[in-house]
Design a protein around this ligand. Sequence first.
Ligand code: COA
Length: 297
Amino acid sequence: MESPFKPEILKGKVALLTGGASGIGFEISTQFGKHGASIAIMGRRKSVVDSAVSSLQSLGIPAVGFPGDVRNQADAKRVVESTVAHYGKLDILVNAAAGNFLVSPEDLSPNGFRTVVDIDAVGTFTMCHEAVNYLKKGGPGRSSDESGGMILNISATLHYTAAWYQIHVNAAKAAVDAITRNLALEWGTDYDIRVNGIAPGPIGDTPGMRKLGPDEIETNREYMPLFKLGEKWDIAIAALYLASSAGKYVNGMTLIVDGGLWLSRPRHMPKDEVKRLSRIVEKKARAAPVGVPSSKL
Ligand code: COA
C-alpha cells in the first residue's frame, strides 16, 4: 500500500530495531527505510537477519544487521555500540523483539514465565538502558541544535483485562507499558527523549498471529469491530507517525492499533429487541411513582 507520508520524513535518522528482521518489526524496518532512515537490525538468528538486510538493501535502503539476544546485556551493548560505530549516531530505538506461546498457567513452568518476561520486559529495558547515552539531547553524534531521540516499544492490548493462556505475555506487556510511561516521564524530562508504544491487535501474516491463532484452530472473527485482521503496514505507518516530527508532542503514549478490538463485547441483546423493549421499559418507568418498583404496580 502506498504511504500517506512524504518519503523524506525520517531523512538522516538512524533506527535500531530489535526483532526487526521478521513480522511487524521487519515492516517497520522497511517503512522507516522507505522514508529516509538508515536501519540497523538486531535479531537472534543470523540467517534471518542477513536476509532481512539484503531485502532492505535491494530497495536501496542503508541497512546493517547485528545478531544478538536482547536477554543478554553484553549483546545489547555491543549492538547499540556497533550501530553508532557504523552510522555515527542513533535516533530511534524500536523494541519489537518478543516471545509468545499459548499455555495454561498450571502448565507453564516458572522458567517459561521468566523467559517471556526476560525477552519482552527485561529485554526492552536493557536495550533502552544501553541506548540512552546516544539518544539523549547532546549525546554522541547529535548536533547541539538536535532534539533527543525516540524509543518505541511494541506492546499489546490483551493485558488491559485478561486473556486466556497468556499470563506470561500479559505480565510482560504490562511491564513494557510501565517502562514506556516511566521513561517518558524521566527521560523526557532529563534528556528530551520521547518514549511511546504501539499496541497492535491481531495482525495477519506475523509469527505472533501464527502462534496465537494457528490455522489448526478455527477463530471467530465476528466479534471484531472492523471484522478483519490488521496488516503489518498499519502498525508500521503508526510507528512512522510516532517517530516522525508529526509525533513530536506525543510522549508516554501507547497507541492502540487494533480496529477497536480491545473494546469489543459480545452483543447481549439483538438490536431489534433493544428497539422494541427500550420504549416499553421507559413507559413503565414513567408510570411508576418514585420509589415504587414497576413490578408492584
Ligand atoms: N508451552 C509451555 N512452555 C513452553 C512452551 C510452550 N509452548 N514453549 C517454551 N516453553 C517453556 C520451556 O519448557 C522452558 O521452560 P522449562 O525450562 O521450565 O522447561 C522455557 O519456556 C524456555 O523455553 P526455551 O525453548 O528454552 O526458550 P527459547 O529461549 O529457546 O525460546 C520462546 C523462547 C519459548 C519464547 C520461543 O517461543 C521464541 O523463541 N519465540 C520468539 C518468537 C515469537 O514468539 N514471536 C511471537 C511474538 S508475538
